[in-house]
Design a protein around this ligand. Structure first.
Ligand SMILES: Cc1cc2nc3c(=O)[nH]c(=O)nc-3n(C[C@H](O)[C@H](O)[C@H](O)COP(=O)(O)O)c2cc1C
Length: 175
């Protein structure tokens, strides 16, 4: 589909894997948000925007902010990739932590599980996880989310599941 563009921000590859899978399923161009130029949006009707989750932030939003006016005229579908269990209300939290998400006016929001392997992280993220591990292990009243994070810091996880993208792909095709 020549009028569909997939734009994504990925730190360690999970969001990129989903974005490329969606791009392939839709025969659409896939582009890292850091490379997005205004000209890439020419002739595009639908933009699928994907972001990794970083300390509850959606880094793609900052990247695409400069194209806000152009995106306003497009159909937008959004997906986030994170570690948190995709429970109901995940986008209530993400929206309150990322006010720019609402202004995208996305037709649909999707959440996909990612991967987490501290040994592959950059130094500053490894240090952050070391600190978090220390703080979380001292906390006797951890939430399920904090328990999940502590577990993932100690044991690498990879929950990526490309079959979850089917409903997004179908929605784009519906037009
Ligand atoms: C520094 C850092 C902070 C993170 N913070 C969160 C978070 O707040 N919530 C969450 O669900 N996942 C969080 N994650 C997990 C990532 O979202 C997950 O690993 C995802 O697969 C990352 O996608 P990427 O490989 O495209 O960067 C964090 C990961 C890192 C490295």
């Amino acid at each position: 589909m020549n009028d569909v563009l997939i734009v994504y921000e990925s730190g360690y590859g999970s969001t990129e894997t989903y974005a490329k899978h969606i791009g392939k399923a839709l025969s659409a161009r896939t582009l890292p948000a850091s490379k997005l130029k205004a000209a890439d949006l020419n002739g595009i009707r639908t933009v699928v925007i994907g972001s990794n989750v970083r300390i509850s932030k959606l880094p793609v939003l900052k990247r695409i902010k400069r194209h806000k006016a152009l995106l306003r005229n497009k159909r937008v579908l959004f997906f986030a990739v994170g570690l948190t269990d995709p429970s109901d209300g995940i986008f209530d939290k993400l929206s309150s932590d990322n006010p720019d998400l609402e202004s995208l006016n996305a037709e649909a929001l999707y959440y996909y599980p990612g991967a987490f392997d501290v040994s592959t992280f950059k130094w500053r993220h490894r240090m952050l996880m070391k600190f978090l591990k220390f703080a979380l292990s001292k906390n006797q009243n951890r939430s399920a989310e904090e328990d999940g994070l502590l577990n993932a810091i100690e044991n690498p996880v990879d929950e990526r599941d490309m079959t979850l993208t089917t409903s997004l792909v179908e929605k784009v095709k519906e037009g």
